[in-house]
Ligand binder design. Sequence first.
Ligand SMILES: Nc1ncnc2c1ncn2[C@@H]1O[C@H](COP(=O)(O)OP(=O)(O)OP(=O)(O)O)[C@@H](O)[C@H]1O
Length: 251
Amino acid sequence: MAETEENGEPLLRLSEVSRSYGERKALHPLDLELFPGACTALFGHNGSGKSTLLRIACGRDRPTTGTALFEGRPVDEDDPEVRARVAVAGDTVAFYPDLTVREHLELITVAHGVADADLWLDQVLADRRLAGHADQLPSALSSGQTQALQLAAALVRPRDLLVLDEPEQRLDPSARTGLAELLRGEKADGVAVLLATHQPELVHAVADHVVVLEDGKVLARGAPDVLDGLDAANVDGPSGGERAATPGGGR
Ligand SMILES: Nc1ncnc2c1ncn2[C@@H]1O[C@H](COP(=O)(O)OP(=O)(O)OP(=O)(O)O)[C@@H](O)[C@H]1O
């Protein structure tokens, strides 16, 4: 990775990627580059194409046109190198119903050959406030705890790129604050972060670059301040009311 930083080469380069589902164009051609230690946020309405772009970025889906390259090689989740270096907390939750929280995370540490796995695992459980639920089955978790487990699964393993789909969903305010701190820590460790979010506060807190999508097209992009210049009706997500929320304002 040091070589990548020295050369100023992106870790991930998406060139003219688009995605169609039949006649429907979910994503129009766009370019995106991700660098170690930097965070890019995708922002936009439901259905604007954020998850579609994330799936292409982590190799879970192939673009209809264009190329997606991770250090010069096609991004494909079937590629062991890509799987080893790209951690994802996506929009689908899939857990084994008969494995506890701890057992899920242990499985991931074994698969990725994590050294000192027990120590690391206890740390991640504590940080995600799951320590008291380590021996529970996924069915016993609240929705926020399930979200925390998804995030823990991405954090308990090594990574150079962290891809998160609306990680703020279902988290309480203090957990959301912790999320911003966590992502700043990832950047400080040299991890490239790509996230989709409906929360402008999270964009301002962690993103170096934001891409605003509308109907699969780029509406705006640049520093987080670009959000301030946009019509709220265009960029508000389902939690867009948060932009105007005041203490005690009903959320
Ligand atoms: N597998 C699929 N088959 C057909 N259409 C799809 C599929 N996946 C996504 N789409 C369509 O592509 C468009 C973009 O969806 P996408 O999930 O990327 O939006 P999003 O910005 O992530 O939305 P949200 O904020 O609700 O998660 C939507 O119109 C959606 O209906």
